[in-house]
Design a protein around this ligand. Structure first.
Ligand code: XBP
Ligand code: MG
Length: 262
C-alpha cells in the first residue's frame, strides 16, 4: 500500500443506501409511495420522470409535501397536515417493507463483495442515509440475510438529525459516533445531494451513478463510476478516476488509493 506523509489510512467506509447499495428509488420507494396513495384513495401517481423531479427533495415526508406544494395545492388546506403526511408516509413504509420482503431488489454490482472484503480487512463500515431506519433493515435483511445490520458498526438514518442531505448532519452524526475524522473515511454515494452532504462533512466521496443521477454534477467527487464493478465485470469509469486505481472493480486497496489522492 502506498502512503504519503500527510494523508490518513482508510479506517472506515460510510455507505449511502438508496441508489448506492441498491436501485431502490425507481423500483422500491416510488411504487411504495404509489401504493400508499391508492390506499388513501388519492388520485396521485408518481411515474418515473415525475419521481426523478421529486428526488431533488430528500426524505419521504418532505418529498410528499414538496409534491403537494407543486401539484396538489388544494390538499395543503387539510387540517393537521403534518400528521396526515406522517400517516401517509407510514403506509408507504409498510408497502416498501412488503416490496423488500418479496426480494425483488438486488444489491448493485460489487456491493456485497466490497462489504465483506472491507470487514475482512478490518475496515469499519457504517450507513449514512436520509431514509427511514426500518427501510435500511428491510433492504439489508432481504439482500444480505437476517443478521445483516450487524455488519455495520453504526446506522445513521432518517429523522435523527435536524436536516437531511444535502446537509452534512447525518455524516457528522455517524463520524461522531465512530469517533473518526473525515480524513480517515470514504463516503460512497449515488447523487448530487449525497455528494454535497458528504463533501460538506469533509469526506472524500466515490460516486456510483444510476438511472436518475447520471446527469448530475459530480465535479467534487474523487471518482465517478457506473458501479463498484466485479472482477469478472468491471465498472465503466465516467470521470475523475485516478490512474493509480489500476483495476476495474473497487476493493479496499482501490478505496485507499482514492483516499490518498493529493
Ligand atoms: C434517500 C431518500 C429517501 C428515500 C425515501 O436518500 O431521499 O427520501 O427516497 O425514504 P439516500 P423515506 O440516498 O441518502 O438514502 O420515505 O423513508 O424518507
Ligand atoms: Mg442515495
Amino acid at each position: 500500500m502506498n502512503s504519503t506523509e500527510n494523508n490518513e489510512t482508510l479506517k472506515a467506509v460510510l455507505f449511502d443506501v438508496d441508489g448506492t447499495l441498491a436501485d431502490t428509488e425507481r423500483d422500491g420507494h416510488r411504487p411504495a409511495f404509489n401504493a400508499a396513495f391508492e390506499e388513501f384513495n388519492l388520485p396521485w401517481y408518481w411515474d418515473v420522470p415525475l419521481y426523478g423531479e421529486l428526488l431533488q427533495v430528500t426524505g419521504g415526508k418532505e418529498r410528499i409535501r414538496f409534491y403537494m406544494e407543486k401539484h396538489q395545492r388544494d390538499e395543503l388546506e387539510r387540517s393537521d397536515l403534518d400528521a396526515w403526511i406522517a400517516g401517509l408516509h407510514k403506509a408507504k413504509t409498510r408497502h416498501f417493507k412488503a416490496l423488500m420482503e418479496r426480494g425483488e431488489i438486488p444489491l448493485r454490482p460489487g456491493v456485497k463483495r466490497l462489504i465483506h472484503e472491507l470487514r475482512g480487512r478490518g475496515v469499519r463500515i457504517a450507513i449514512a442515509t436520509t431514509t427511514t431506519p426500518e427501510n435500511v433493515t428491510y433492504l439489508l435483511q432481504s439482500t444480505l440475510g437476517e443478521n445483516a445490520t450487524d455488519l455495520f458498526e453504526v446506522i445513521g438514518a432518517g429523522d435523527i438529525v435536524p436536516q437531511k442531505k444535502p446537509a452534512p448532519d447525518i455524516y457528522f452524526w455517524v463520524l461522531d459516533r465512530m469517533q473518526l475524522k473525515p480524513s480517515q473515511c470514504i463516503a460512497i454515494e449515488d447523487s448530487e445531494n449525497g455528494l454535497q452532504a458528504a463533501r460538506s462533512a469533509g469526506l472524500t466521496t466515490l460516486i456510483t451513478v444510476n438511472h436518475y443521477t447520471r446527469q448530475q454534477d459530480f465535479t467534487e467527487a474523487a471518482a465517478v463510476l457506473s458501479d463498484l464493478g466485479e472482477p469478472d465485470q468491471g465498472f465503466t469509469a465516467i470521470s475523475n478516476l485516478p490512474a493509480t486505481v489500476g483495476k476495474s472493480w473497487i476493493d479496499t486497496d482501490a478505496l485507499m488509493q482514492l483516499l490518498e489522492q493529493p
